[in-house]
Ligand binder design. Structure first.
Ligand SMILES: Nc1ncnc2c1ncn2[C@@H]1O[C@H](COP(=O)(O)OP(=O)(O)O)[C@@H](O)[C@H]1O
Ligand SMILES: [Mg+2]
Length: 452
């Protein structure tokens, strides 16, 4: 029962109640019919007896008593529910007058046995003068009464059965129609759960479910608004941070770069003149100023590329990714690297390029730092089914994510970046037991919901 649907349960309950009803009606009906048959047959047996006595009496008045028994069978007509047998003791002739033999419409044996009252017989001895010259035996015969009841039961069964089936069918249709909005709601909840926040159920013409449906739609609208606001906030947060980094990088580049260059030129000229004048102490100091300046320059370069990868904006996205892959593979020379970058990635808006680049950079860095992998693969391509969507896949054959390991700033950052431009990030086990990071990023401002 617990596995049955609501429609199934209602139908089952209705069917069982209906069946019990039919059985009870049948029992009551048959009980009454049995009593009625017995009463009817008894009454008719009495009538038949009176009728035979009256007929014999009237025959005695107009005929020779010797002939009465031979005339009697032809004079008697067939009474209801009784069989009359006339036995002429003198001639030994037996005449039977009874109901006609059963026709095709007659009740089956089991029904007959169910209704038939016990057989009763009345024997009337016929005396002519003093000796018994014969007898009339009248026995009850309920067959045609039972056949009538059988006819009634059959008619009732046809009508009752049709009404029963029609009730169940109507119930099933009504329940199915009533519950149809529930299927729509279930589908709506599933779609909402899978991220289709524009899902609405719409008007429902079943009053009991209409309120639920409209509340669902309100909830869906509120959720869609909240998610849109969150995405917008995320987008702005990421782009503000990017802008800030870009500004700092510009300052570092524009201010520090020339200053450091000037410092180096000045230090070199001090070095040159002090060498010329044989002032070795000053020369040594100039040398160390040069070394320190080199160090600051290198740090500045590293800082710059962290704040904003130089390749972006100068190279197409595919070129920037190739550079990144080169740098990364240089950091893990013993690892078997597979790099597959679609050369058709051109130039996109700042945020998109930075997102793709940062995801690849973080996923590759994680694979290098945490996985202990012998093989790392980077695939950057357009989704074959959705050319407006870029797929960045980084997979390794390393130790995989430790059970219960919480995402750190790197994974959180990837998620935020990808979500902020309406993309999707999936992190799971790779086919080789390591980690597989897949980012789907809409290019050219294609929203993922529409692109899917
Ligand atoms: N490719 C990987 N293989 C194994 N573990 C990983 C991999 N990538 C990430 N992890 C695990 O997930 C944790 C969180 O990663 P992340 O958010 O990038 O932070 P971080 O790199 O700063 O530790 C890591 O500390 C590491 O334990
Ligand atoms: Mg990391």
């Amino acid at each position: 029962m617990s596995r049955l649907s609501l429609a199934g349960r209602l139908l089952l309950v209705a069917a069982v109640i209906g069946a019990i009803d039919i059985v009870l009606c049948g029992i009551v009906l048959l009980g009454n019919a049995r009593t009625a048959t017995a009463v009817e047959v008894d009454a008719n047996l009495g009538l038949a007896r009176d009728y035979v006595i009256a007929t014999v009496g009237s025959l005695l008045r107009g005929n020779d008593p010797e002939d009465v028994l031979s005339i009697l069978p032809d004079t008697l007509y067939q009474p209801r529910h009784a069989r009359i047998t006339v036995i002429d003791a003198k001639t030994g002739m037996v005449h039977v007058a009874g109901p006609p033999s059963q026709d095709e419409e007659s009740a089956p044996d089991w029904f007959r046995q169910l209704l038939a009252p016990p057989e009763k017989t009345v024997i009337l001895p016929i005396r002519v003068a003093s000796d018994t010259s014969g007898k009339v035996i009248i026995s009850s015969d309920p067959n045609d009464e039972i056949n009538e009841v059988w006819e009634d039961v059959r008619t009732l069964a046809v009508f009752g059965g049709t009404a029963y089936a029609a009730t169940l069918l109507a119930l099933w249709l009504v329940v199915r129609r009533t519950l149809r909005p529930l299927a729509r709601m279930t589908e709506g909840v599933e779609r909402l759960g899978s991220g289709d926040y524009a899902t609405r159920i719409g008007a429902v013409d079943v009053p009991d479910l209409a309120l639920l449906a409209s509340q669902f739609d309100h909830l869906g609208a509120a959720l869609e608004r909240t998610i849109a606001e969150k995405d917008d906030l995320n987008r702005r947060a990421v782009s503000v941070a990017d802008e800030e980094r870009k500004a700092i990088a510009r300052e570092l580049h524009d201010e520090f770069g020339p200053c450091l260059f000037g410092l180096k030129v000045e230090a070199r000229s001090i070095l040159d003149s002090s060498v010329r004048d044989g002032k070795s102490g000053i020369a040594a100091s100039a040398q160390s100023i040069l070394a320190i300046t080199d160090q600051i320059q290198r740090t500045n370069q590293a800082l710059l590329s962290q704040l904003r990868p130089m390749e972006l904006g100068q190279l197409p996205l595919s070129g920037a990714l190739e550079d990144l892959a080169d740098t990364m593979s240089g950091l893990g020379p013993d690892i078997d690297w597979t790099i597959d970058i679609d050369p058709d990635f051109g130039s996109y808006d700042d945020t998109t390029e930075l997102t793709v680049y940062r995801v690849a950079q973080e996923a590759l860095t994680n694979a290098l730092r945490h996985s202990g992998a012998r093989r790392i693969e980077l695939v950057a391509r357009r989704d074959p089914r959705r050319p407006g969507v870029a797929q960045i896949i980084v997979s390794d054959d390393g130790r995989g994510l430790a059970a219960g390991s919480a995402p750190g700033n790197g994974i959180r950052g990837m998620r935020e970046r990808v979500a902020s431009i309406g993309g999707r990030l999936t992190i799971g086990p790779s086919a080789e037991g390591g980690v597989r990071v897949e980012a789907e990023v809409p290019l050219e401002g294609v929203a993922m919901q529409e692109a899917i």
